[in-house]
Design a protein around this ligand. Sequence first.
Ligand SMILES: *Cc1c(COP(=O)(O)O)cnc(C)c1O
Length: 307
Amino acid sequence: MPQIRTLSMQPNFAGKHKVFIQNIQYSNNSNEIATDILRLDEIHPVISGNKFFKLQLHIKEAIEKQFTTIATFGGAYSNHIIATACYCNQLGISSVGIIRGEEPTKKSDTLLQAEAFGMQLIYVSREAFKDKNKIVDSFKTGNYYWVNEGGYSRLGAEGAADICTFIDESYTDIVCAVGTGTMMAGLVIGAKQNQKITGISVLKGNEKLIESVMDLLTDEEQKKHFELIEGYHFGGYAKHPEALLDWMNFFYTQNKVPTDLVYTAKLCYAVNDLLYKGYFATNSKIMIIHSGGLQGNKSLKEGRLIF
Ligand SMILES: *Cc1c(COP(=O)(O)O)cnc(C)c1O
């Protein structure tokens, strides 16, 4: 039976706020290491997983400082964009999404839904998108509270530290997917002394990633509590070869846990491989963070995934 706790966080969203902890069966787990998953994908149908946690303090600050609009950046399939749009919609705050690339003739589900939540979408060329300061400057006249792409900031990390309130001290290892590294920094901040955080990078070679995580940590001691692992990107960010999709179906059959093709599928795959390679000590107890993002699977042909 999964353990169930209720997420008691402001604001009080419509929808389910259940946090499940569920056991995971891995074929490579010959040492029978206890492996659980924290189902943050279940907390809300749209503001899923870590995006809720990374946004919460930004939005709180924006409200306290009386900003009327939240503005942020992202790509056409961004979980961060849709989460921001929905979060603002629920609180009655305006939102603006600066989208990388020209306006597509056929918009992704992500963009259509963000628009349905009232987000104003502004498309900028890939080249112009790189210079965030210039974009922010061009909006000087508006009363905008800016959130970095992917929610990357100290405030984002502090918000993500709350994820640890669902992880008791019996767990020795916490494993998560890493994009900007904000969630991992948050887990490092929120974890107990005895817990090690392992981050699985979904990027192909980003030498600055460790630095980005370090920059979000103020405590020197904390910087020793994590490890970033590369090589599980399956070809690069958001790349999803058939083998990965097949594996997602297999994992679902075994565990009834749906994963997303950008982050959590690669994470869950990596844990299986790391178990096989003996990365975790025999008496470990592992918590895998299901950070949500399932809406991104809609970019696939219908029926390719069995969930
Ligand atoms: C955004 C996202 C991540 C990455 O979080 P970072 O804080 O940017 O490292 C991981 N998993 C899912 C499902 C996401 O949407």
